[in-house]
Ligand binder design. Sequence first.
Ligand SMILES: [Zn+2]
Length: 346
Amino acid sequence: MVFSDRYHRQRLVDGIGDQGQLAISNATVAIVGVGALGCMSASMLARAGVGHIILIDRDIVESTNLQRQVLFTEEDASTQEPKASAAAAHLAKVNSEIKITAHVEDLTSRNIHHLLEDVNVIVDGLDNFNTRYLLNDFAVKTNTPFMFSGVIASQGNVMTIIPGSTPCLRCLFPEPPPSGEQDTCDTVGVLAPAIGIAASCQCMDVIKFLTGNQEKISKTLLTFDLWNSESNRLGLGEPVENCTCCKELQFEFLTATTIEPTVLCGRLAVSLPCIENFDLQLTATKLKEHGTFECSETMIRGEFNEEESADGSAIKFLCFHNGRAIIHGTDDIKRAKAIFERYVGN
Ligand SMILES: [Zn+2]
């Protein structure tokens, strides 16, 4: 394979060369969560020439994303584009030689095997722990490298998980933190430069892994606080002897059968899971009796006449072809479910 000049500076780097570039171009990398981390990773990996990039995100672009989510524009926010498809459209203009697949989906135990089939590396761009633990289960079970990262305010954690070689997420943190107890981007904010450091570390390890330089991947947990100019690498050693996931091979997140509604991180919004036998057009017709709604082939969006959020603004509703819905204007899961049942049915 002869490469165009676009990868010349990358191929020049010791450890990459033509062979490394060929490996990168033959690889499939999934980026799960296309928010701040996911946007930066997707941009770097598309420019590096990863042959197939899979983008998975359940949310839409909002104006508060633009401060750090580098692939999105004001137009994406005003038209409320789904993040996965908006990112894919921008990346296609950056590199037309690669394949980009966008899934506007909530990654769950039901669809993960389908969405992440034949993926070589998984990059964490998530904002919630439950999906991270699901990915950790999947990564260990399928022996797929998983680039874990989490960033909040000016602080970040980054750890590359190579199943069979390094500890997994549950070796370090056996259970996800109780929801509601963690700081989030909503409560303490987040600064884009901290995202940049974390995404760069993740992508560097993706490139090392794909090009056969696995020995260069550090077996450490990197923690940093850019605001206070602090960083540390904690040596990880071997996987924990009684780890539920990578030693006992109990994949409880992967085998969970109920998909629960979730409050979206950093937002006054609830995501409700998809439902069976959902009819988008029929639902649109029903909804139009209760507010202002528009329906495309893939989604319905609009607002209700008679449902208000705490500040008096209308409750907004967004629903995809599979019945997955996002209710904006409340973080009360019971109320979100009730609204869905009242106007859409179940
Ligand atoms: Zn483990």
